[in-house]
Design a protein around this ligand. Structure first.
Ligand SMILES: [Zn+2]
Length: 315
């Protein structure tokens, strides 16, 4: 029961469905959770793993049995994980090691769970190595895969999994949940991202402050109150990507605003400042230039502050 409270409201229906499968013994041995990035695939996968590991099927997750307790502490020996999040590829060696462990009997309870976060990060060899286990899993072994890019998964993997497509939450649901989770109004950054777990990850990072200041400092620069180097000085040098993503979000929001008249109220002043100063072609050109700049960030060893200052000087 504890689990459902920590899941956001838009995942509750899918969780409850899975709970019924668990209690009635109808849980598919391979589940693939798909949906937009950052809406909680991994949080749900972890909750389902705890549900499956509980020793009392009829009340799972009871929260009291030994399996429930070690699963909550994330030290359950029968809970195996492969993690492709943060863009790391899942290597064939890691998959082979896991497949070997999967054939062992459960150490604690009655079942074993394998969670594979961002399963599309398995390369072709890794995916081939897991196929057999997915097709003919050892008894009481469950695979839970997540992906926001299921088209990147091999059809042979897809065909072996029961797919659950998670709903995209409304802006209001995201905002309510973030306020509850963080006690700070992260919803002020919804112009930057509408993916709840991405926003949650920004809290207590330097990017959080930086992005909150970005719209106002952009307006100060556009209206000539600060110079370009003073504007770029708002950028935290360890979080250049977030700063550039922030600028890109404001540019694309300005384009949308001019087309639809709709925008996030908290950044309307910045969007109007952009539209007053530049025509749409210039804004689209800036989007292209910044996207290119971003893609080259990791490849060049030049100082990003100097590069970005040079880029913005051409605006
Ligand atoms: Zn339990």
């Amino acid at each position: 029961m504890a689990d459902i409270k920590s899941l956001p409201i838009w995942l509750e229906a899918d969780y409850q469905q899975a709970q019924q499968w668990r209690r009635s013994g109808k849980f598919h041995h391979a589940l693939l959770l798909t949906g937009n990035q950052g809406i909680g695939q991994s949080a749900l996968a972890d909750a389902l793993a705890r549900l499956l590991l509980c020793e009392r099927a009829a009340q799972a997750p009871c929260g009291e049995c030994h399996s429930c307790q070690v699963a909550l502490a994330e030290t359950h020996p029968d809970w195996l994980t492969l993690d492709g999040r943060a863009g790391a590829s899942i290597k064939v060696d890691a998959v082979r090691q896991l497949v070997t462990k999967v054939t062992n009997k459960p150490q604690l309870g009655y079942s074993k769970v394998v969670t594979i976060h961002d399963a599309h990060q398995m390369n072709i060899n890794a995916a081939n190595a897991i196929l057999k286990a997915l097709e003919e899993p050892p008894a009481a072994t469950y695979f839970i895969l997540t992906s926001n890019s299921s088209r990147a998964l091999m059809p042979t993997i897809l065909s072996r999994c029961q797919r659950v497509n998670l709903p995209t939450p409304s802006a209001q649901q995201v905002s309510d949940w973030l306020i509850k989770e963080t006690n700070s109004d992260v919803s002020k950054l919804m112009w930057f991202s509408n993916t709840p777990y991405h926003l949650l990850s920004l809290v207590e990072t330097p990017s959080y402050d930086m992005l909150q200041k970005l719209p106002d400092s952009l307006v100060s620069w556009l209206s000539g109150h600060i110079r370009v180097d003073e504007f770029v000085a708002y950028m935290n040098k360890d979080h250049v990507q977030d700063f550039v993503d922030g600028l890109l979000a404001l540019l694309t929001s300005a384009l949308q605003y001019s087309a639809t008249g709709r925008c996030d109220e908290s950044v309307r002043h910045a969007l109007e400042a952009l539209l007053q100063r530049y025509d749409l072609y210039r804004l689209m050109h800036f989007v292209q230039q910044l996207t290119l700049f971003k893609s080259q960030l990791d490849k060049t060893h030049l100082n990003p502050t100097i590069q970005l200052t040079g880029e913005l000087n051409s605006w």
